[in-house]
Ligand binder design. Structure first.
Ligand code: HEM
Length: 407
């Protein structure tokens, strides 16, 4: 049975003092920087109920690092199943796999996928990632300027996705367009059309992979068995779809926010050029500061969380972008501190810890490294401005950059 989420804007079990009569997305769009805008919620209650928590739906918002960490670990109360709308949009009976499946079923799928995304496995992708990066930069290097978002940050992870999946490079533009319509479209019909077009393509790809798997990842999925049984089409399509929605928007958004930070901090930029050994730490700090993801959970049964009564089927929004600016976890949270030793939550924690985190880190490092090596004095083009929108993910829409050629 599909669980029904709470529909009342302010249900009876939510006390008056925890009712927040706003839209989280509108609130986050109020300032020049949505991360700073969202961090204002750290001055309010650690847990509150928003009139519009996500896509117009009411629900709980967890607004502290410590509580969010705890909720990510507690999958028995905070379920990833049944609250998401992609299966409904597609009209299918399977879920995004493994992201919308709880343990213990989740564990079997992770066992299949984890070996393909270890640091060692990802190191074999380094060549493909660098080649993609170089190819994109070659298209604007001579111009001395670019729109970082449309010319680099968006196509970059799309090409990596295609190479992981063994799909033709000439599909990049099409995938890219579907992604835009699905994740950022404002009209529901357009989003549904994009979602179904992606599915139709993935179904065709699956049929081909059954005959001849195109990449090691495809091979691992095709031969995988759980409890002696091969994966069925729904389980595999759920995986394909998760790679698509999990690995594109997240990387593009993180690289864009990171590059904006670098382009507006000349000293930090030069420090990284002079100290390439600090780049990995810098990537982690950029990932922390620009934690773009806000994911969701559904409450499985009535229970009390830090003194607050939650009810079965309540929606819970897990805004990592608030937690990662929590000064209780990260002193001076709005600046990069390369000596910081605290735990990172950008990739979540618990059973659903991001499968692609080593790949993501490598993509981001290679992108930043390539720009710093090739270009001096990277800055936002004078007279021009960046644009963003903050929905469930925080995205940069435009980032006009200029630079001087490297010495
Ligand atoms: C900066 C880039 C990225 C960020 C910030 C990010 C963040 C996240 C987060 C927060 C989750 C947990 C979702 C939840 O608990 O509901 C997650 C899960 C996941 N991510 Fe990423 N991700 C990134 C890149 C990638 C890439 C490149 C891939 C490509 C394969 C990927 C694949 C996945 C998968 C498959 C899951 C589900 C894991 C599971 O349910 O066990 N991610 N990611």
């Amino acid at each position: 049975m599909t669980p029904t989420a709470t529909t009342a804007v302010f249900p009876d079990h939510v006390p008056q003092e925890l009712r927040w009569d706003h839209s989280l997305a509108e609130f986050n769009n109020q300032l020049d920087d949505p991360f700073v805008a969202a961090s204002r919620l750290l001055d309010g209650p650690p847990l509150f109920w928003a009139r519009d928590a996500v896509h117009g739906r009411p629900g709980w918002v967890i607004a502290r690092h410590a509580l969010l960490q705890e909720a990510f670990m507690d999958w028995e109360h905070f379920s990833s199943e049944g609250g998401m709308d992609l299966s409904l949009m597609l009209g299918v009976d399977w879920s995004l796999n493994p992201v919308n499946i709880d343990p213990p079923r989740h564990t079997g799928y992770r066992r299949v996928l984890t070996p393909m995304f270890t640091p060692k496995a990802v190191s074999h992708m380094e060549g493909a990632v660098r080649e993609t990066c170089d190819r994109l930069i070659a298209q604007f290097v001579a111009r001395g300027s670019c729109d970082f978002v449309s010319e680099f940050a968006m196509p970059f992870p799309t090409y990596i996705f295609l190479s992981l999946m063994g799909m033709p490079v000439d599909m990049a533009q099409q995938f890219f367009q579907w992604e835009q319509n699905l994740l950022h479209g404002t009209d529901m019909q357009g989003r549904v059309i994009a979602a179904r077009s992606i599915l139709a393509y993935l179904e065709g790809h699956l049929a081909q992979q059954k005959i001849k798997p195109a990449t090691p990842l495809m091979e691992a999925i095709m031969v995988a068995e759980i409890d002696g049984k091969k994966l069925n089409d729904g389980e595999i399509l759920g995986m394909f779809y998760t790679f698509y929605v999990g690995g594109l928007d997240t990387v593009y958004a993180t690289i864009s926010w990171s590059m904006r930070y670098i382009a507006t901090r000349p000293h930090f930029q030069q420090f990284l050029r002079d100290n390439p050994d600090k780049l990995n730490k810098a990537v982690d700090e950029l990932l922390r500061m620009f934690s773009v993801v806000s994911t969701q959970r559904r409450i499985t049964r009535d229970f009390e969380f830090h003194g607050v009564k939650m009810k079965e089927n309540d929606l819970v929004v897990m805004p990592i972008f608030i937690a990662c600016r929590d000064p209780a976890a990260y002193p001076d949270p709005h600046e990069a501190d390369l000596e910081r030793k605290s735990q990172m939550l950008s990739f979540a924690t618990g059973p659903h810890l991001c499968l692609g985190m080593h790949l993501a880190r490598r993509e981001i490092r290679i992108a930043i490294e390539s720009f710093l090596e090739r270009f001096n004095n990277i800055h936002i083009t004078p007279g021009d401005a960046y644009e963003y929108h903050a929905g469930p993910t925080f995205n940069v829409d435009r980032l006009p950059l200029s630079w001087n050629p490297a010495r």
